[in-house]
Write a protein that binds this ligand. Sequence first.
Ligand code: LHQ
Length: 254
Amino acid sequence: MTLLQRCEEGVMMLTLNRPEALNALTTQLLLDLAKALEEARDPTVRTVVITGAGRAFCVGQDLGEIQGKEISYKNHLQHYALVVERIRELDKPVLTAVNGVAAGAGLSLALAADLRLASSASSFTTAFSRIALVPDTGMSYFLPRLVGWSKAFDLIAFSPRLSADEALQLGLVDRVFAGETFQEEVLTLARQLAQGPTKALGLLKQALNKSATATLKEMLECEADFQEIAGRSRDHAEGMRAFLEKRTPTFTGE
Ligand code: LHQ
């Protein structure tokens, strides 16, 4: 099985499972990932975590799979695009738990998520220019938005290998945890999100997606529309009650 999938307490954990190949992406793995992200639409799932088995997070395309084959890269990238689109369109948080090295489209996958949690054992490299390719799988979209235009050029053109702390400083990842406690810390955060106001979090995600290309006026309208929806949710009513009763709210995601 190229992908391990389990769901507990509202957290769907997806583990890229080709540790012997540093979780390099094959067509099968991409199809499995796209299918799992489709299944994550089930309302019992309230947060998704993508991580890697073994010492790597993901080193991008399995270069052995395509070497010497007459494949169209353009067509092949449709499998990658589907995964990125499903991550962005899923109306609940998707975290990447970067346990080890992330390279090429493996890094792109991490960038497409809502939050990047990194182990102190992780490292990051764009990799594409080293094999004379351009960034793909959304890297040219997400990277400049996260680190700025010229830093994105720098990271892509020179492809340095960054440590977790360097990645944190650049804003490439959001939190770094010590390797020994990494899994536990990831689960704690994922559970916290899974117990959150899922409907509002999904709308927040849609708003951020839209903000990438919208004007202020469009965003003000979008916020008003989304607030109308969030304002009618059960979780909002519960949140208001809990605030006034000075207790912690119990959100159901509805
Ligand atoms: C690998 C790979 C790998 C196969 C390490 N494949 N074996 C999509 C479709 C169409 C066109 C192309 O673009 C794409 C998207 C992409 O993702 S293209 C970019 C693909 N990825 C890369 O170019 C990364 C290549 N790998 C590396 O730069 C290094 O291996 C990193 C920095 C990831 C890790 O370095 P180390 O920790 O020093 O490990 P290593 O280099 O010793 O690798 C361990 C083994 O894994 C080694 O095999 P071996 O038989 O010697 O143990 C590598 O050949 C193999 N490996 N990445 N993507």
